[in-house]
Write a protein that binds this ligand. Structure first.
Ligand code: 6PG
Length: 266
């Protein structure tokens, strides 16, 4: 059974005994949010990331979810994308297409991937423009407190350095406040050219889930969640603090192994 706890300002923590348990819990969580959102506004606007996340979402392609989720109402976006051709092995679009989107009946015109034939800067501008059009028509809701888009769900992974989306520690993109989508051409994790949602957009979402597994990330999980004091490095993952939305961490035991355990109950 998963351990869970709520940490003030750091959201809900769910710690799983096994990856299989984590995947089932994640599929349940996404399916429930999809149902709620479709009931409320007829649409589910979800932003994906790359990395191991897509593999962890695999159960959505299996019964019962493949038949019970209202896939026709899903609109797909990317919280970050590598600026490579959509057919390239590094493409987050390709990862999601092969691992999820091609296996469930999503409407092709609801899949909003980046323009991969222009520079990173242009791709970020084009993506922000596309999102602005969809906010205008309320395919994506709008935040009550800013003019930012309010995605129904943003799914993030986290690197061992504490990066989320393509917001890397110490990089100026972490401080971007004006743009919704920005770009980098010097990513420490290859490939170097990427576009990424900015923190104001991530923090305007109705729901944000960060999915993190493995011992190599335990220290960053600790720094992102525990009360570590002002002298500790402020990781991008720690800056994920939805203003009004709900934050949930999906962890396995190795990733959670350095967390202060006093916050959990069975
Ligand atoms: O495009 C990317 O590189 C990702 O979106 C990135 O932010 C990823 O989510 C983390 O690096 C975690 O990746 P893993 O789960 O594979 O470690």
């Amino acid at each position: 059974m998963a351990l869970s706890g709520v940490k003030r300002d750091r959201g809900e923590l769910k710690i799983h005994e096994s990856l299989d348990e984590l995947c089932t819990d994640l599929a349940d969580y996404i399916a429930e949010l999809s149902e709620e959102s479709v009931k409320e506004r007829g649409i589910f606007a979800i932003a994906l990331s790359g990395g191991s996340l897509i593999g962890f979402m695999g159960k959505l392609c299996e019964p019962p979810y493949n038949k019970t989720v209202d896939w026709a109402k899903w609109y797909i976006f990317w919280a970050d994308e590598r600026v490579v051709a959509k057919s390239h092995a590094d493409s987050n679009y390709k990862l999601a297409k092969d691992g999820l989107l091609s296996k469930v009946p999503i409407v092709p015109s609801h899949v909003h991937s980046i323009n991969d034939s222009v520079s990173a800067e242009q791709a970020a501008d084009d993506y922000e423009f596309a999102i602005r059009q969809l906010v205008k028509t309320r395919t994506i809701s709008v935040s009550d407190t800013s003019d930012c888009p309010k995605f129904d769900l943003i799914l993030l992974g986290m690197g061992p350095d504490g990066h989320v989306a393509s917001l890397f520690p110490g990089h100026s993109v972490v401080d971007e406040k004006e743009e919704w989508v920005t770009f980098i051409i010097d990513s420490p994790k290859p490939p170097p050219e990427r576009i990424t949602f900015t923190l104001p957009v991530i923090n305007s979402a109705s729901n944000v889930a960060v999915v993190v597994t493995g011992e190599s990330k335990a220290e960053a999980v600790h720094l992102a969640i525990d009360d570590v004091g002002p002298d500790s490095p402020s990781l991008p993952a720690r800056m994920v603090q939805p203003t009004k939305g709900k934050l949930v961490w999906f962890l396995d035991k190795p990733a959670a192994s350095k967390l202060d355990s006093s916050q959990f109950s069975k």
